[in-house]
Write a protein that binds this ligand. Structure first.
Ligand code: CTP
Ligand code: CA
Length: 226
């Protein structure tokens, strides 16, 4: 049920945010996934609601409670995430933020029965997953799109390259080589890039970083409105 949003600078703005990992099934009991906790995406959802936005979270499997005032669409696979995001954007979206750690590949087939061990070696055929963020950014009715880039080397170069390639308005670069920051942690440090500027935020709590990020998105999406 939709709780009335607090009045704020983002009143009337609709945000769609992807968060968490995806799971790509191998057989009925196994899957490929990653260590994403969803904390950054959920923190951004809370910050956007606090600023008055109407927020839909398209969330992979996480252990976090649904933030108050946020509509959560639960998904499992990368393909589900794309479908639920397209649906949510079609319902109306001003800002799309992709924080999810989407599995880049999925097993070509999911075995109907549990795979038994037989040989000393086994291999899985993997196929590329669809890119939710790039797909949303390529829509003719594309919202203001914000991506995340988790990198271990050449952080700025890779992040700016992703922003250009995926046609984003903003990208949040995360150096995941620093122990205790980023994946699964409550703390993070990021650098935000837009086409003609950048700002570093943190190290700080993910909630404080989210609040600053939402303020930057508000400022830059307002400019994009013309
Ligand atoms: N993303 C997405 N769908 C995918 C892959 C990524 O929506 N199938 C989004 C992520 O949520 C993130 C951004 O794209 O906002 C960048 O993700 P990242 O994994 O850093 O980039 P990739 O394009 O997958 O490139 P690579 O993993 O090879 O660095
Ligand atoms: Ca990737």
């Amino acid at each position: 049920e939709q709780v009335p949003q607090p009045a704020g600078p983002l009143s009337g703005k609709r945000f769609v945010i992807t968060a968490g990992p995806t799971r790509e099934p191998i057989d009925p009991v196994r899957y490929i996934s990653n260590h994403s906790s969803g904390k950054m995406g959920y923190a951004i959802a809370r910050a956007a609601v606090a600023a008055g936005a109407e927020v839909t979270l398209v969330s992979g499997p996480v252990t976090l409670p649904a933030p108050e005032g946020v509509k959560v669409r639960s998904v499992v696979t990368a393909e589900d995430m794309l479908q639920a995001s397209q649906q949510a954007v079609s319902e109306g979206c001003d800002v799309f933020i992709a924080t999810a750690a989407v599995a880049d590949y999925r097993p070509q087939t999911c075995a109907g029965d549990k795979i038994k061990k037989t040989n000393d070696e086994m291999s899985l055929s993997l196929v590329r997953n669809p890119d939710t963020l790039a797909t949303i950014a390529a829509r003719p009715d594309a919202p203001f799109t914000v991506g995340f880039a988790a990198e271990t080397t050449d952080v700025a170069r890779y992040a700016m390259d992703k922003m250009q390639r995926k046609k984003l308005q903003m990208i949040v670069a995360n150096d995941v080589s620093t122990p205790g920051l980023g994946f699964n942690s409550d703390q993070n440090a990021v650098t935000v890039f837009w086409p003609n500027g950048q700002e570093s935020i943190g190290p700080d709590s993910k909630q404080n970083i989210a609040t600053r990020l939402v303020a930057l998105i508000e400022e830059h999406s307002k400019k994009a409105d013309k």
